[in-house]
Design a protein around this ligand. Sequence first.
Ligand SMILES: Cc1ncc(COP(=O)(O)O)c(C=O)c1O
Length: 416
Amino acid sequence: MCVRVSLGSDDCCNDFGFFDLGFMMQKQEELILRHQAALIGNYGKLPVVFHRGQGSHLWDVNGKEYLDLFAGFGGTILGHCHPALVKAVTQQANTLWQVGNQFYTEPQIRLAEQLRSKAFAGQAFFCQSGAEAAEAAIKLARISAGPDRFKIISMHKSFHGRTMGALSATAGPAQQGFAPLVPGFTHVPFNDIAAVERAIDAQTAAVMVEPVQGEGGINMPNPGYLQALRALCDRTNVALIFDEVWVGLGRTGEYFGHQNFGVTPDIMTLGKALGGGLPVGAILARPERAAYFKPSTHGSTLGGNPICAAVAAAVLDELEKEQLPQRAKRLGAVAAVKLESFKNRAKIADIRGCGLFIGVELVAADALPVVQETLKHGLIINVTQKNVLRICPALTIEENDLLRGLESLDACLASI
Ligand SMILES: Cc1ncc(COP(=O)(O)O)c(C=O)c1O
């Protein structure tokens, strides 16, 4: 059976117009079965196979259209197939792929200079993921602190990645089953400055914190908390590491999360959005710390790869050209008003976040059915900490789409 499938408002962009629905249904199920047989089952999956994306719209292999309010865990900060990023990939892919870090390449230099100019006058190291950025930050904090200082203090409900060092900094269930973890990590409650003060001793090398916690439930720092951490670290000569893997690159309404609070770290980690959807991680470190990474202390074969670096540089160009941090701030305020309008009706316990980094905590203990229901209606959102819905769309999302998505969420909340 061949039918024309409506792809909604973006129908004119459809480049694969007709579907044999029977075949495609079969194809989706078949692909899922093949995936399950061939890949390790380490991810909780939703039953959709995506085929194509444009801006904040996605299409599955059946041609069903979805509105993307989660941007691939924050990776596609400019949406899918942004023309500037497609151009950057294409140009660089036709120019130079990879030479190894014993040589210099121009895209890395351009990207590092952009980070310095937008964040602080640090020096960059490039890798492929947020977890690797955490590893680099932990290693740099330890080597720059001297031989007797190795302890890292991080926060309850934190998330820094799945590699062993990053996992040791991460608090909570992600660690289960992987003992023994890396020694020297201590966890204290987020927003409790006295607890950090008690935990710091002569062996402490660093305090590591997300300026706004992401996986922990979009938890905002209390007023003065990050400033107090900065003062405490200065007083004790301990490195302050900000994990900006979620909150960097404009999402919170500033280029970097810490800029909302006027506090600059010694080391900042980046990932997710930096590559616009390609695997790019980075740290930016103050020069007096960065100097401790000498040849052979740390490295990554493909880190700063010319294609990834060129795309990341294009992400930063677009943030500036289209004033996307400001747009995130404005659209975040629009979303907050909309969510408030149905807060009581929809049994929402709390709405929090900044910019387009929004957490909606439900009164109900389990929000997974909501995510499943919205998906049926073509809306992609996410849940963390069991009952906190996360709304983190691309910063380029059309205001109408954002509002339409929130109306659809309202309807889904009412229906279950
Ligand atoms: C704050 C934070 N840091 C680090 C990571 C790890 O990033 P990746 O999954 O790219 O290794 C994540 C992933 O969600 C994160 O949220």
